[in-house]
Design a protein around this ligand. Structure first.
Ligand SMILES: [Fe+2]
Ligand SMILES: [Fe+2]
Length: 314
């Protein structure tokens, strides 16, 4: 049995140089500005989600709203786990480019967690069980990190990063996927998050390999991740819908909404094919070339006329 991951020499935040806007979020690591490939952008979406309606998915879709809420609820604690996994071995990495990308990865993931907590608070006001899911995920990782080695933590992080990179690619390439998210606010957070997941999709994988992670463990952990991801998000989704009195009052609408989920771009054959690539021996995240996609979305969101420029903290 292993102890909690040790912290690398990336400095922990000890002063007021980073003041958490969100009262329940502390940036654990100072990450600087990251690298050119993985830049850290300090965002503030609070006023973008202030008016978010309860069923924010396209056409007020009940089930898709709950699915997206469940995913968002798992992000803050999940991304803290990713950060701890990578920071724990940072001292062992000698490649200066990868070290700079690690800083970017840590800064981006901390920011994602923080802004998803803002969204999750808004969703909790509507009655979504975001806080219960957050507590469950925190407890789960607390237990697992006391049982798993640093390398296994990294294998799970790299596997889950393939999930987020897949969701990101679907969102950034498929108009129907973006339309399914519906309302601005939630959609903007997810699009920004998707861009950065694409930018840093290879970092955890490269760190896992750099510390000697092998193919057998990588692929085995991905199979475990497949089972856990499908089971846990499925159970959480059912609980989330079952606890919703408005959803229970409209059983026909709910049934139609469940039927529509099967046609969603997020559970399509294309999504499964991209996910499955990770199981192939010798796979690398950059085998899927998303360079042009990243350039396009950097321009759209943060270029001269960028849609999200006003949300970048100066
Ligand atoms: Fe993230
Ligand atoms: Fe990520």
């Amino acid at each position: 049995m292993c102890g909690p991951p040790e912290v690398g020499n990336l400095p922990r935040v000890t002063t007021t140089t980073t003041v958490p806007r969100h009262s329940r979020w502390i940036d654990e690591y100072e990450a600087g500005t990251g690298s050119a490939t993985v830049p850290v952008r300090r965002m503030d979406f609070e006023r973008y989600v202030a008016d978010l309606p309860k069923y924010f998915a396209a056409d007020g879709d009940i089930v898709m709203s709950h699915v997206l809420s469940v995913l968002s609820s798992t992000f803050p604690e999940g991304e803290k786990f990713f950060v701890r996994s990578v920071a724990a071995v940072r001292d062992e990495i000698t490649d200066p480019q990868l070290r700079a990308d690690i800083d970017g990865f840590i800064g981006q993931e901390q920011m994602h967690g923080r802004e998803h907590l803002v969204l999750n608070d808004r969703l909790a006001e509507h009655g979504y069980p975001t806080r219960g899911i957050n507590a469950y995920v925190r407890g789960l990782y607390w237990v697992r990190e006391r049982m798993q080695s640093k390398k296994v933590n990294l294998a799970f992080t790299a596997a889950l990063e393939h999930y987020t990179a897949t969701l990101a690619e679907l969102l950034l390439t498929d108009d129907d996927a973006r339309a399914a998210v519906g309302q601005p606010g939630a959609r903007d957070i997810l699009t920004w998050h998707a861009l950065e997941e694409s930018e840093h999709k290879a970092v955890a994988y490269d760190v896992y390999k750099a510390v000697g992670g092998g193919e057998l463990m990588r692929i085995f952990v991905m199979f475990l991740t497949d089972l856990l991801f499908i089971f846990e998000t499925g159970v959480m989704g059912v609980i989330s819908v079952a606890k919703d009195p408005d959803a229970r009052r409209h059983p026909l609408k709910l049934a139609k909404s469940f039927a529509r989920l099967r046609r969603s771009p997020f559970v399509s054959m294309r999504a499964l094919r991209i996910l499955a690539e990770y199981h192939r021996p010798g796979f690398h995240p950059n085998d899927r070339d998303t360079t042009a996609l990243i350039a396009e979305w950097r321009q759209a969101l943060f270029g001269r006329e960028g849609q999200l420029n006003e949300l970048v903290a100066s």
